[in-house]
Design a protein around this ligand. Structure first.
Ligand SMILES: [Fe+2]
Ligand SMILES: [Fe+2]
Length: 148
């Protein structure tokens, strides 16, 4: 069975790839491609954030008893990430190249710092704490493999 680290980190990589595609399209002035990459970026990112907020984090809090710890920090960072993502979307809609690229850079830097904390701290802790709860997790997180 895939570990929590593997599954959730792979989603980070997928979002990074779509982000790059969008940035390249904007740089090249290909707005139809930029719009379609943005839609995919938004969909994948929001899905990942809710996989964490509705699936991983509540289970982590329940099993570790850590309610106000790392998951609270991550949740508040998600609020900022959603805002930045929306600002990118508005700028794509307006076809404002400089605004897209500037906001995208801020978003990406913030996202990488967020992801490092999850990949180096939270996910490894979750792998330890939720060893017996992977089935429960797979019921709440679309695509998370259930055991045989
Ligand atoms: Fe997160
Ligand atoms: Fe994440």
């Amino acid at each position: 069975m895939a570990s929590i680290s593997e599954f959730f980190s792979a989603q980070h990589r997928t979002c990074d790839k779509v982000f790059e595609e969008m940035e390249e399209a904007v740089s090249a002035g290909d707005w139809p491609q930029a719009e379609s990459s943005y839609r995919k970026l938004k969909q994948d990112t929001l899905q990942h954030l809710s996989n964490e907020e509705d699936g991983l984090f509540p289970l982590f809090e329940e099993k570790t008893g850590m309610q106000g710890g790392p998951t609270q920090v991550m949740r508040s960072e998600h609020v900022e990430l959603r805002e930045l993502l929306q600002r990118i979307g508005d700028a794509v809609q307006a076809r404002d190249r400089n605004e897209v690229l500037g906001t995208a850079e801020t978003f990406f830097l913030f996202l990488q710092q967020h992801n490092v904390k999850e990949e180096q701290v939270l996910y490894p802790m979750a792998d330890q704490a939720l060893q017996e709860s992977l089935q429960e997790l797979s019921a709440k997180v679309p695509g998370f493999p259930s055991s045989d």
